[in-house]
Design a protein around this ligand. Sequence first.
Ligand code: 5RP
Length: 222
Amino acid sequence: MIEKKEVGEKAVEYIKDGMIVGLGTGSTVYYFISKLGELVQQGLSIKGVPTSKQTEKLAIELGIPLVSFREIEQIDVAIDGADEVNPELHLIKGGGGALLREKIIAKAAKTFIVVADSKKYVETLGTFPLPIEVVQFGYEMTMKYIRELGGNPKLRHKKGIPFLTDNGNYIIDSSFQEINRPEELEKSLNLLPGVVDNGLFVGMADAVITIVDNKLVTKVRR
Ligand code: 5RP
């Protein structure tokens, strides 16, 4: 919890007056959003674009003004968490089920910064089962195709019923053992009928704020 707070709060240093800010989802970025809320109360003028209904609710509670894509052309900086980060700063995201909106917002951002505690850092992606957002219709077939790509797909449940994303879709969590070619897998999955998007974020993160040897470190993509 302490690491999550440290990396989350550090990210506010990237926020300047007048910016449009992408607001991620999860327990790490929660600390960023809370700190941002304090700064807004103190007079910082920014507008947020939330990656989930959960974050939208939090931002409203904290008094952070929000905008939608109807009103803006792009986002200045987006801050979000991750489930795994590899040395090239490729990510697995979607543990909270918000991967689609998170990817749309990360792509729309001039700068995309990830906040991740030391446990998220891995040599090779794939220990964390990859979240894949799929439409409800025919998801059994989509699972079959994911199996054919080497995955071990499981439909995500919450309180005994299938988990629904903010977009009304299902999430399939699929382990792939080691993901050695994340770019290839990201594309192959997105070509399957029924797949809306998947939690591989390849070449998107500009920097990752994390903890190495008990010290705050910002790793920048080369
Ligand atoms: C939600 C995400 C989160 O960023 C990811 O799951 C990390 O969450 P946390 O900071 O709670 O560990 O991708 O869809």
